[in-house]
Write a protein that binds this ligand. Structure first.
Ligand code: NAD
Length: 320
């Protein structure tokens, strides 16, 4: 484990919109870094966020928060990327993806040029596709390019199960794997509360376990972003905290198990595409991808999710 007292912890952030600034705010409150550099194509936006955050420092742990260019990302342990174009009226998801892919093909080489040894953490959607593109554009080892993947979906899953069973979210263990999106998969076969499988937990509490009810709960997890966007236009607090939990694992070399998007190298027959499985995250980024014992349906769902992402990637116009 890293000596936490004596090391400088520098974090970069590219994209200071709703997600990026929520991450910055949560990082500052948690006091995990000594320095945060904000980069945005809209320099005024980055400056405004920098001022607003700095004005709260008397209530938080001392740190340096400043705006900068890609050059200022030198030596950052992690650079979080939450930059992206918003959907224009009449624009298809694929058009938006093509625009965000083009943005990433310019951002990522600039990050690596100035910070060749750091870790890149991607939040922009579609996060799995952009993680794969970033990996290829960066030339970094797969361990150093991480997508936030299903970290948020897993958190939503744990929260909703906790609500359903009347227990603390933190005592619920379970994962959403695969795409961060419509084809994601809940791992029912491994979900548990304090080590007790859901079926058994239900009977201990004199409840009946109802798979149809669980399926409705999962649909609410999967569709949560649509529901939040319909009400308030965007989602950002929970992903901000999720990004902080990944950064915390890296900066502290905590080797935390988190469901994040990473390059598959044959897991359940899936290769050469990025999607989420529980991974051990530490100072080198992805230290290990866990291989879980999945049910046949879960394996099938995982492969189908990978194929969906591959088809999307293949439908993208080539760079150039
Ligand atoms: N991974 C997740 O779980 C998750 C959750 C919520 C949102 N998101 C995604 O995060 C992304 C950002 O969402 P948001 O609500 O913060 O959007 P936003 O529009 O509020 O912010 C985007 C920011 O990116 C900046 N930007 C655009 N192009 C840039 C470039 N070339 N270089 C530098 N900065 C650039 C913009 O100026 C803006 O400040 C979206 O793709 C969204 O879908 C992901």
């Amino acid at each position: 484990m890293r000596d936490e007292k004596n090391s400088t912890k520098k974090v970069g952030l590219v994209g200071t919109g709703l997600v990026g600034s929520s991450f910055a705010y949560a990082l500052m409150i948690r006091g995990l870094a000594n320095e945060l550099v904000l980069v945005d194509a809209n320099t005024q936006k980055a400056e405004g966020e920098m001022m607003d955050l700095n004005h709260g420092l008397s209530f938080a742990t001392p740190m340096k928060i400043r705006t900068g260019t890609y050059q200022d990302l030198t030596d950052a342990h992690v650079v979080v990327v939450a930059a992206g174009a918003a959907q224009k009226p009449g624009e298809s998801r694929l058009d938006l993806l093509a625009r965000n892919a083009a943005i990433f093909r310019t951002i990522v080489p600039k990050i690596v040029q100035h910070n060749p040894h750091g870790i890149i953490l991607i939040a922009t959607n579609p996060v799995d596709i952009l993680t794969y593109i970033s990996l290829n554009e960066s030339g970094l080892p797969p361990s150093k390019v991480i997508g936030s993947g299903t970290i948020l979906d897993t958190s939503r899953f744990r929260f909703m199960l906790g609500q359903h069973y009347g227990v603390d979210t933190r005592s619920v263990h379970g994962y959403i794997v695969g795409e961060h999106g419509d084809s994601e998969i809940p791992l029912w076969s491994l979900a548990n509360i304090g080590g007790v499988r859901l079926q058994e937990f239900a009977s201990l509490g004199n409840k009946t376990y109802d798979q149809a009810e669980m399926d409705r709960l999962f649909a609410a997890v999967r569709d949560a972003a649509y529901e939040i966007i319909r009400r308030k236009g965007a989602t950002y607090y929970a992903i901000g905290l999720g990004l902080v939990s990944i950064v915390e694992a890296i900066l502290g070399d905590h080797r935390t198990v988190l469901s994040v998007s990473t390059l598959m190298t044959g897991q359940y027959g899936v290769k050469d595409i990025c999607l989420s499985l529980p991974c051990v995250v530490g100072e080198n980024g992805i230290e290990e991808v866990l291989t879980l014992t999945l049910s046949p349906e879960e394996k099938y769902g995982f492969r189908a999710s990978a194929e969906k992402l591959r088809a999307t990637l293949q439908s993208l116009p080539r760079a150039g």
